[in-house]
Design a protein around this ligand. Structure first.
Ligand code: BGC
Ligand code: BGC
Length: 852
C-alpha cells in the first residue's frame, strides 16, 4: 500500500512509525504535562498532514461569492443536520438546513402511494424531494444543495437489495487494503445510486478491548494495519479527483470516524472515557487519520467518547488545534447523533461549546429546529463568533463543491443494475473468502469433499441476517429473515450449491438432528446482531451459562460425526470448549450477504482438493480466557492465538486440547431484559414497596402491608407466564424491578424504549406513575394513567416509552438501579409478561411528566 501513496504521504507515515512513545513522553515532561488540563492536547506532538486536494483557488473563490450572498440564517442552517424521520421537505423553507441523514432505523419518506419500504427507489424519491426544496428559487433564498448521508458502513447496507460486504473486522483479517479500496468503490456506487452523497465511514477505530460493542467496525487492534486501510478505503469511496479537481460521479464523501479514541474506552464501554496518555492516543488511536486526510477525506465525525474525562465533541485542542491546524484537515467535522447534548452545559437543543470547539455540522436528528434557533441566537449574541460560523460554512460548502453537488446532473442517482450487481456480489464473495481465518483443522477435515453427505447445522446455518450483523437494514440488524435479502445467499445455500456441483448431498438441520447419517457436519453459530453499546459485554465467554451450541457440537461428536465449525462474530470471544468440540474451527466474522465465499474455501472439489485456500490472518489476537480483555500492555499473558495467526491447507498442525477454564464466573450481560414470561431475569429482581418497607418476591409471589401484591398468572398460553400486580388503594404502593446500577445515558441518547407487555385487569382509580429509579429523589416519573385508561380490560397489549422521556422528566439516567417502577395510591390490577428495552423507537410514546 505504501507504494500507492504519494512521496509526502509516505514521509509522514515514516515519521509516524518513528514516533515511539519515549520521545513523546519526554516532550510532554518538558512541556510540563503534570500541570496540563485533562483532555488538553499538545499539537506540537502530533503528526502533520494536509488536505491539499480539497483546497484550490477556484473553489475558494466560488465559496467566497456564495458566502457573501448568504444570510446568517442560511449560514447557521448549513451547520445543522436533521434525521429524515423527523423532517419533511417543506420544512426546509422555514429552516434551511445543510444536510439530512438516514439514521440506522429511519425509513425513507412515505411519498403518497409510493411508500415501498426501504428500497432504492423510495430513497431516491426521498433524496429528490428534499433536494428540490433546497434548490428551488424563491425570494431571499440561496439555493444550496443538501448533503444526504447514510451509514453505508459495509456496503450501502441500510438499503434492501444492496450488496452487504463483510464488516471491517473481517476485512482487516484479509490484510488486503487494495481489496478495501475496491469495496469502497462498489459501496460508493451503490450509495450514489440510491440518492445519497455521503457515507458515514470508514471507522478508523483501533479497538483495544473485545468487550466494546463496536469492535467489528474496526479493521485491527494494530494501528499500523488501520493506517494502511484508512487511505485505501477513503480513496475507494471518494475516488481520485477528476476534471476541475472534483470528485467524480459514482463516488461519495467519506467520513472518517470517530475522532478520537473511540476504540480505547475503559473496559470497552461504548461512548466511555479514554483514560490514556497523549502519547498513547497518538501512537494507537490517531494512526489512521493523517493517512485519511492525505487521501482527501472530506468529513470527519467526532467521537461520543471522552479523553481524560473531557468529551471529544467539545475538545477544542483536538478538533481545532490538532485536527484542523496541525493535521491540516480542510474538510468539515460533523458531530455524532446528539453527542453535543452530552457536553456539560449543553442539551440536544443548544450547544455553543461544540461549535466553538470546532464542530462544523451538528447531527441533531430530531431537535434540529430548536438547535437551529438557539444557535442563530447565540451567534447574534456573540456567544459564537461570526468568524467561526464563516469558517464552518466555508468548510461545508467547500466539500459540497468538491463533491460536485452544485452540478444538478446526478448521473448515478436511480441508476438501475447497480445495487447488488453481480460484479459487486463477486467482490463481496472474494472478500469473504479472504477474511476467513482457520484456527483449527485436525485430521484435515477441511476442505470437504464435494461428493460427501454434508449436514449443515446450527442457528447461523441459514440466516443471512445473523451473517451480516449490526448496521444491516436496521440499526441493530436484529431479526431479519432471508427474504429481506433478495440477492443474498446463506452459508447453507452456498454449501448446498458447492456440494451439489461435486455430486454430494446436503441436509439442513438447525438443531443438528438428521434423517440420513452425514459424513461430516458444518455447524454455523455465533453472536446475535448488535450495534453500538447494545453489543457491549462484561466478559468474553461465548454463551456463558447457556452453552446451547456447544451441546450441539458435542452431540454430533458423540455420534462420531466429524464437525467443522463456522463461528460468526464481531470479535474474538472465548470459545475454547467449542474449539475443543470441533475438528475444524473457522472464524468467519460477519461476512454479509455472500455466503458463497465461505463455501468456496470450505468445500473442495469432488476429490477433496481445495478450490481456494485460507489467506486470512487474525487482525485481533484471540483471548486465552474469558477474562483476558484488553490488548497490548494490558494483556500480560500471551493470547490463545496471536495477532497474525491463521492456518492454511498446507499446515498439517494438530491443535491440542485448549484449557476450558474460563477464568470468570458465568454471568451474562443483561441490561435490557428485565422480565420475560413473567420471570425476573438475573441480575434483575422484582420487589414491592410501601413507605419504608421493601419486600422481595419469594417463589414468584409477594405482598406488602395489604397495599400491593404480586402473584403468578397464566399468560400467552404459558402456565404462570405472567405476574399479576394488584394495588388495594389502601396507601401508595410500588412495584419495582431492581438490579445493579446501570448507566443508561447511551441508551437514552440512542432512543431505546422501555416496553411493557401487559393486560389491564382493573382500571386505575387514581393517578398511576411509571418511573425509573436512581436513588433518593432522583425524579423522573411519567403519568401513565391515561394510557392505562385507554386499554381494554382483559386484552393483552404493549406500551413502549422512550427512555429519553424519563431523562427529560428529570431522572438521572447515569445511575439507574430500577429500570421499572410502577406506583399508585389508588386501586389497580394489571398483569405483565415482559418488561424489556427495545432498540427500535418506532411507536414509542412519551407520557406526560408526573407532577412532583
Ligand atoms: C453512530 C455513528 C453513526 C451515526 C448516524 C451514531 O450513533 O455513533 O457511527 O454514523 O449514529 O447513524
Ligand atoms: C439511530 C442510529 C443512531 C443511534 C444513536 C438510532 O436510533 O437509528 O442511526 O446511530 O440511534 O445511538
Amino acid at each position: 500500500m505504501l507504494t500507492a501513496l504519494s512521496a509526502t504521504t509516505s514521509r509522514h507515515i515514516r515519521s509516524l512509525c518513528l514516533l515511539t512513545l519515549v520521545p513523546v513522553l519526554t516532550a510532554l515532561g518538558a512541556s510540563g504535562a503534570a500541570q496540563a488540563a485533562a483532555g488538553q492536547a499538545h499539537p506540537n506532538l502530533w503528526p502533520r498532514a494536509s488536505s491539499r486536494g480539497l483546497v484550490d483557488a477556484r473553489t475558494e473563490a466560488f465559496v467566497s461569492r456564495l458566502l457573501a450572498h448568504m444570510s446568517l440564517e442560511e449560514k447557521v442552517g448549513q451547520m445543522v443536520q436533521a434525521d429524515v424521520s423527523s423532517i419533511r421537505p417543506e420544512d426546509l423553507r422555514q429552516v434551511p438546513l445543510g444536510s439530512i441523514l438516514a439514521g440506522g432505523n429511519s425509513p425513507p419518506l412515505a411519498l403518497g402511494s409510493d411508500a415501498t419500504g426501504a428500497t432504492a427507489s423510495a430513497w431516491v424519491a426521498t433524496a429528490q424531494a428534499f433536494g428540490r426544496v433546497a434548490l428551488e428559487s424563491r425570494p431571499g433564498h440561496t439555493p444550496i444543495p443538501l448533503m444526504f448521508g447514510v451509514d453505508a458502513v459495509h456496503g450501502n447496507s441500510h438499503v434492501v437489495g444492496a450488496t452487504v460486504f463483510p464488516h471491517n473486522v473481517g476485512l482487516g483479517a484479509a490484510r488486503d487494503p487494495q481489496l478495501a479500496r475496491r469495496i469502497g468503490e462498489a459501496t460508493a456506487q451503490e450509495t450514489a445510486a440510491t440518492g445519497f452523497d455521503w457515507a458515514f465511514g470508514p471507522t478508523l477505530a483501533v479497538p483495544q478491548d473485545e468487550r466494546w460493542g463496536r469492535h467489528y467496525e474496526g479493521y485491527s487492534e494494530d494501528p499500523a494495519l488501520v493506517r494502511r486501510y484508512a487511505a485505501a478505503i477513503v480513496r475507494g469511496l471518494q475516488g481520485e479527483a477528476g476534471a476541475g479537481g472534483l470528485i467524480q460521479a459514482g463516488h461519495v464523501a467519506a467520513s472518517a470516524k470517530h475522532f478520537l479514541g473511540d476504540g480505547g474506552t475503559r473496559a470497552g464501554v461504548d461512548q466511555g472515557d479514554v483514560d490514556i496518555s497523549e502519547a498513547q492516543l497518538i501512537g494507537i488511536h490517531a494512526q489512521g487519520y493523517p493517512a485519511a486526510i492525505e487521501a482527501g477525506v472530506m468529513t470527519i465525525m467526532a467521537s461520543f467518547s471522552s479523553w481524560q474525562g473531557a468529551k471529544m465533541t467539545a475538545n477544542r485542542s483536538l478538533l481545532t488545534d490538532v485536527l484542523k491546524q496541525k493535521m491540516g484537515f480542510a474538510g468539515f467535522v460533523v458531530s455524532d447523533w446528539n453527542s453535543h447534548g452530552q457536553v456539560p452545559g449543553c442539551s440536544n437543543q443548544s450547544c455553543p461549546a461544540a461549535i466553538n470547539a470546532g464542530i462544523d455540522m451538528l447531527m441533531a436528528p430530531n431537535d434540529w429546529k430548536a438547535l437551529y434557533a438557539n444557535t442563530l441566537a447565540q451567534v447574534k449574541a456573540g456567544e459564537i463568533p461570526l468568524s467561526r460560523v464563516d469558517d464552518a460554512v466555508r468548510r461545508i460548502l467547500r466539500v459540497k463543491a468538491k463533491l460536485g453537488l452544485f452540478d444538478p446532473a446526478r448521473p448515478w442517482e436511480g441508476r438501475p443494475g447497480v445495487l447488488g450487481s453481480p460484479e459487486h456480489r463477486a467482490l463481496a464473495r472474494e472478500a469473504v473468502r479472504k477474511s476467513l481465518v482457520l484456527l483449527k483443522n485436525n485430521g484435515g477435515v477441511l476442505p470437504l469433499r464435494a461428493s460427501m453427505r454434508v449436514l449443515v447445522a446450527g442457528p447461523g446455518a441459514d440466516d443471512i441476517g445473523l451473517q451480516s450483523g449490526g448496521w444491516t437494514l436496521s440499526w441493530q440488524g436484529a431479526e431479519h429473515h432471508n427474504g429481506d435479502f433478495p440477492q443474498g445467499q446463506s452459508i447453507y445455500a452456498a454449501i448446498r450449491e458447492a456440494v451439489a456441483a461435486g455430486g454430494g448431498s446436503t441436509e439442513l438441520s438447525v438443531d443438528g438432528r438428521y434423517a440420513v447419517r452425514p459424513d461430516v457436519a458444518v455447524v454455523v453459530f455465533g453472536e446475535q446482531p448488535y450495534a453500538e453499546g447494545w453489543g457491549d459485554l462484561k466478559m468474553l465467554e461465548y454463551q456463558a451459562g447457556d452453552k446451547r451450541d456447544l451441546e450441539l457440537l458435542r452431540r454430533l461428536k458423540a455420534q462420531g460425526v466429524p464437525v467443522a465449525t463456522v463461528f460468526l462474530s464481531g470479535r474474538p470471544l472465548w470459545v475454547n470448549p467449542e474449539i475443543n468440540a470441533s475438528d475444524a474451527f473457522v472464524a468467519a466474522w460477519l461476512p454479509g450477504t455472500e455466503g458463497g465465499g465461505v463455501a468456496d474455501v470450505l468445500v473442495g472439489d469432488a476429490s477433496g482438493v481445495a478450490r481456494h485456500d485460507f489467506v486470512g490472518k487474525l487482525a485481533f489476537s484471540w483471548p486465552r480466557t474469558a477474562a483476558q480483555t484488553g490488548r497490548g500492555a494490558a494483556r500480560s499473558d500471551p493470547p490463545q492465538f496471536a495477532l497474525g495467526y491463521g492456518l492454511t491447507y498446507r499446515d498439517h498442525r494438530a491443535t491440542l486440547a485448549l484449557s476450558e477454564t474460563s477464568g470468570v464466573t458465568a454471568t451474562q450481560t443483561n441490561f435490557a431484559n428485565y422480565l420475560i414470561q413473567g420471570r425476573a431475569q438475573p441480575p434483575w429482581s422484582l420487589l414491592l414497596r410501601h413507605g419504608e418497607r421493601t419486600v422481595p418476591l419469594a417463589g414468584g409471589a409477594g405482598e406488602v402491608d395489604s397495599v400491593v401484591s404480586i402473584r403468578a398468572v397464566d399468560a400467552d398460553g404459558v402456565q404462570e407466564g405472567g405476574r399479576q400486580l394488584s394495588w388495594s388503594g389502601q396507601g401508595r404502593g410500588e412495584v419495582a424491578i431492581a438490579g445493579p446500577p446501570l448507566d443508561m445515558r447511551m441508551l437514552s441518547n440512542g432512543e431505546a424504549a422501555l416496553v411493557l407487555d401487559y393486560r389491564l385487569d382493573e382500571k386505575p382509580s387514581a393517578a398511576t406513575h411509571l418511573a425509573i429509579g436512581c436513588g433518593p429523589s432522583c425524579g423522573g416519573a411519567l403519568d401513565l394513567t391515561s394510557t392505562l385508561n385507554q386499554a381494554t380490560p382483559g386484552e393483552w397489549r404493549s406500551v413502549k416509552v422512550k427512555l429519553s422521556c424519563f431523562r427529560d422528566a428529570g431522572a438521572d439516567v447515569s445511575k439507574v438501579t430500577e429500570p421499572f417502577v410502577l406506583n399508585t395510591a389508588g386501586r389497580l390490577r394489571l398483569s405483565l409478561t415482559t418488561v424489556q428495552l427495545s432498540s427500535d423507537p418506532a411507536g414509542a410514546i412519551c407520557p406526560p411528566r408526573s407532577p412532583r
